[in-house]
Design a protein around this ligand. Structure first.
Ligand code: PMP
Length: 399
């Protein structure tokens, strides 16, 4: 039997990142590839206690289907968390609980854009957004960044370009804080300029902020959402990096006009997010455990970031890299025009893995780049892995 499949997945390929995950478990391999939080940050003991209590106290609701927009108790805790942490003042009617932020990237691509439409992303951008755009047959033009985030003149250039081909972007997608994959953070000035451009041109902004709580240096910069006085920003948060990604619980803050459409779409996607995870997240917030967990995670990751930066300084020549103030990644660019996807074979032989930069572009990749994760490996593996990477680069340059 041969099947006739739809055109929908025509542009999609399995993410290189997911395919690379298998190397994480190969004996002796040091992988900077995955985007995995370190399991040491999972609050297992606290969650065990919470899970027991949830089953004891809320079994009939926590094991039942829930409301599509999410558990009201949790939404109220999210509202308080956002106010306290990000100075985002919102109401539970403006919050949707999601099955991770990933669900929102897919949903918002579908809600705002028709197949063939254009959106604006950063170059490079989060691979899960590229997958979501591809799945919805949506095109992107991307805006170059420097260490201060999206370059506003480049954004204006891309808007002009789209105008010249008779297109208006359906949204601007940005990860302004500790960007994945680049590790850059957009300055306050640029955030304000970005919002002004969005207001002037009436373009919705999607602010994806999974890493904002994980700051290791520098001073906090307000989120776009907290600066937005025109209600143009849709804000994506998640508990994946501050509780557990396995619980698949995130939240999206937007206008009811957007969320009512999301609600209809979500009924087709999963009816509602996992009730049990939502009760667990509710207690995690309500008991204030999140406020103890975040500083512990910061302490662990700050050390790992510092070790990676020091090791790179010590061993790696012929490259430049970002110096992130937070998050989980840094971005390395080789001075030579070496294709890092070709170099990967040599790297794997040397037992070190990374993600090639081209995975993070929908079009026109910079082939001499790579993303390095510094949160997952042990401290000694970071040192050794960077040494292996330096050796790989040296060998490649010589060849
Ligand atoms: N956006 C970005 C920028 C991410 O890095 C991630 C996680 N890797 C996500 C969204 C998805 O997170 P979640 O686990 O909440 O689906």
């Amino acid at each position: 039997m041969s099947f006739e499949f739809s055109d929908n997945l025509r542009k999609m390929k399995s993410s290189e990142i997911r395919s690379l995950l298998k190397y994480v478990t190969m004996p002796g391999m040091i992988s900077f590839g995955g985007g995995l939080p370190n399991p040491e940050t999972f609050p297992s003991a606290e969650l065990k206690e919470i899970m027991d209590d949830v089953i004891e106290n809320y079994a009939s609701q926590a094991l039942q289907y829930g409301q599509t927009d999410g558990l009201q108790l949790l939404k109220n805790e999210i509202r308080k968390f956002l106010d306290r942490d990000e100075n985002i003042k919102t109401d539970t009617d403006n919050i949707m609980v999601t099955t991770g932020s990933q669900q929102s990237l897919y949903a918002l691509s579908k809600i705002f854009a028709n197949p063939g439409d254009y959106v604006i992303t950063e170059a490079p951008t989060y691979v899960g957004m590229i997958s979501s755009l591809n799945a919805n047959l949506v095109n992107s033009v991307s805006v170059k960044m420097d260490s201060n985030g999206m370059i506003i003149e480049e954004l204006e250039k891309q808007l002009e370009y789209l105008k010249s081909i008779g297109k208006k972007p359906k949204f601007i997608y940005t990860i302004p804080t500790f960007q994945n994959p680049a590790g850059y953070t957009m300055t306050l000035d640029r955030r304000k300029q970005l919002l002004e451009i969005a207001y002037e041109n009436n373009i919705p902004v999607i602010e994806d902020n999974p890493y904002g709580d994980l700051r290791y240096s520098g001073t906090k910069i307000p989120t776009l959402k907290s600066l937005d006085d025109h209600d143009i920003v849709t804000y994506l948060g998640t508990f994946s990096k501050v509780m557990s990604p396995g619980l698949r619980t995130g939240y999206t803050v937007s206008q009811p006009e957007v969320l009512s459409r999301y609600n209809i779409l979500k009924q087709a996607l999963d009816l509602a997010s996992d009730s049990l995870s939502q009760y667990i997240a509710y207690e995690y917030l309500n008991r204030g455990i999140i406020y103890k967990q975040i500083p512990k995670t910061i302490e662990l990751y700050k050390k790992k970031r510092d070790i990676m930066l020091e090791s790179l300084d010590e061993h790696v020549k012929d490259a430049v890299w970002s110096k992130p103030d937070g998050g989980m990644f840094l971005w390395l660019k080789l001075n030579h025009n070496i294709d890092t996807s070709k170099m990967l074979e040599r790297a794997l032989k040397n037992k070190v893995a990374y993600i090639t930069g081209s995975a993070f572009y929908q079009n026109n990749p910079e082939i001499n780049t790579m993303r390095l994760n510094f949160t997952y490996s042990s401290d000694s593996d970071i040192v050794e892995g960077v040494r292996r990477l330096a050796k790989t680069i040296e060998e490649e340059v010589k060849n």
